[in-house]
Design a protein around this ligand. Structure first.
Ligand SMILES: [Zn+2]
Length: 161
C-alpha cells in the first residue's frame, strides 16, 4: 500500500475559460499558467507520482520532471498530461488506484455543480470507477486570495496498492 499527496495553485486571470477537473467552466476566467492550469489535474498527477514513484526507478517523482515550460506546448490540455502519466504508471508499476480524495479550495466555482461530470472525465482517464474518486470544494471563507476568488488551489490524496 502506498499513499501520495499532491498540491497545486494558480491565479485566475487569463482571458478564456477555466479548465478544472478535466472540464471547461464557462462561468470562470482561465488560470494564469503555461498549461491550461488545471489545479485538480496537476495536484492529482503529483499525488499519483508521490504514491507510485517509490515503487520503481522508471518513474519520476513529480510533474515538473515530466512537463515544464521548456518542453510543453503552451495552453496544453492537462488531460493529455494526466493520460501520459497514468499510462507510464500502469506500465512501470504493479500498482492500481484504491481511492482518490480531492479538495478544491477557492470562492468559485461551486464544485458540487460540476462534481458528476468531473468524476466521469477523471475516472475514465484513470480507468477506475467514479466511486473511487471523491471531490469537494471549500470556499476559504473570504480569508485569502483563494477565498476572495483571485486564485484556486487543490490538495489531492491518493491510495494505491
Ligand atoms: Zn499547475
Amino acid at each position: 500500500m502506498t499513499i501520495g499527496i499532491g498540491y497545486d495553485a494558480h491565479k485566475i486571470s487569463k482571458k478564456g475559460k477555466m479548465a478544472l477537473g478535466g472540464i471547461t467552466i464557462d462561468e470562470m476566467k482561465a488560470f494564469d499558467a503555461h498549461s491550461d492550469g488545471d489545479v485538480v489535474i496537476h495536484s492529482l498527477i503529483d499525488a499519483i507520482l508521490g504514491a507510485a514513484s517509490s515503487s520503481t526507478d522508471k518513474l519520476h517523482s513529480n510533474i515538473g520532471e515530466y512537463f515544464n515550460s521548456n518542453n510543453t506546448e503552451k495552453n496544453i490540455d492537462s488531460k493529455i498530461l494526466l493520460d501520459k502519466i497514468i499510462t507510464n504508471v500502469y506500465a512501470y508499476s504493479e500498482l492500481s488506484i484504491v481511492n482518490i480524495d480531492i479538495t478544491v479550495i477557492g470562492k468559485k466555482p461551486f464544485i458540487q455543480n460540476y462534481k458528476d461530470i468531473m468524476l466521469k472525465v477523471l475516472s475514465t482517464l484513470l480507468k477506475i470507477r467514479k466511486k473511487q474518486i471523491n471531490i469537494k470544494g471549500k470556499s476559504n471563507n473570504g480569508i485569502d486570495s483563494n477565498g476572495k476568488g483571485h486564485s484556486l488551489s487543490c490538495i489531492t490524496v491518493i491510495q494505491m496498492q
